[in-house]
Unconditional design. Structure first.
Length: 117
């Protein structure tokens, strides 16, 4: 199983980025997908999740209106659209897949997002 995250980079505060995570080696549509992030010196935290079909999403209140998750099961890819970025969004962003175990069991390598003030 491989989850390849991409799309990170340096952006100014108020800007936008779109992260992608391409999956291979698994039946993508059978997995709930999630994005996590880990800021320097902090623990990894859950960002957003999306159901297997894409019909439902899990949004923390703190990110509503700024971040959007979506998926394309035909392309085995999940996306994270991030708008109105803030310096505190600076982190390594990871995609992950949750199967029937109920745990996020497959993880990507992470992509770094740096938001400058």
């Amino acid at each position: 199983v491989q989850l390849q995250a991409s799309g990170g980079g340096l952006v100014q505060a108020g800007g936008s980025l779109r992260l992608s995570c391409a999956a291979s080696g698994l039946t993508f549509s059978s997995y709930t997908m999630g994005w996590f992030r880990q800021a320097p010196g902090k623990e990894r935290e859950f960002v957003l999740g999306i159901s297997r079909s894409g019909s439902s999403t899990i949004y923390p209140d703190s990110l509503k209106g700024r971040f959007t998750i979506s998926r394309d099961n035909a392309k085995n890819t999940v996306y994270l659209q991030m708008n109105s970025l803030k310096p505190e969004d600076t982190a390594v962003y990871y995609c992950a897949a949750k199967g029937s175990s109920g745990n996020y069991e497959h993880w990507g390598q992470g992509t770094l997002v740096t938001v400058s003030s």
